[in-house]
Design a protein around this ligand. Sequence first.
Ligand SMILES: Cc1ncc(C[n+]2csc(CCOP(=O)(O)OP(=O)(O)O)c2C)c(N)n1
Ligand SMILES: [Mg+2]
Length: 188
Amino acid sequence: MLRADALEAIYPKMKDEVVVTIMGAVAVELYNLGHRPNFFYLEHGMGLASSMGLGLALSLPDQKVTVLDGDASLLMNLGTLSTMARYAPPNLTHIVFDNESLLSVGGFPSATTTGTDLAGIAREAGVEHVEKADTVEAIEEAYAAAADRHGLSVIHSKVEPIGPPSFAMDIGLLENRFEFARHLRTLA
Ligand SMILES: Cc1ncc(C[n+]2csc(CCOP(=O)(O)OP(=O)(O)O)c2C)c(N)n1
Ligand SMILES: [Mg+2]
């Protein structure tokens, strides 16, 4: 499955959620589907999108929060799974796109090529609802179920190591930061 196709399939449901992405390819792919003031692209803070999403979900309990993560980013911050499991905000969905690669910086293999199972780690960290979704239909279904469920969900999706043709985004880091903060203030 192409991550861009997975994102396109869940975009209609995701577009009204508070969304935090990691940097690089997935941020561009979401942006290309249509930027929204409720989308924040966490450029440079590798590994920390889920920590930010957890904080947002805990402080905005009436909002659904989605985190779009990557395999190498999650591997940088595995403790996040224990912290998420411990606080388990029911309004948080953490999607991990596992392309077995540090795609955005040239495509070096990550530890998921040598047997690390991120869904397994999430489960053993104590996350109750961990789904594997490796097809467009499966991720659409898993994401809809996560939105309906009153419980923390982690969705692990194997995707091809293929990114966008260009990494250009016509929004500055500060522009995104201030717009997102203003949007959150309207929700709080
Ligand atoms: C702290 C930190 N270290 C390194 C980088 C450089 N960097 C940006 S994207 C990336 C790889 C991310 O890999 P993954 O999370 O698997 O996402 P993918 O690029 O495969 O979509 C790296 C190393 C960074 N932005 N921040
Ligand atoms: Mg990757």
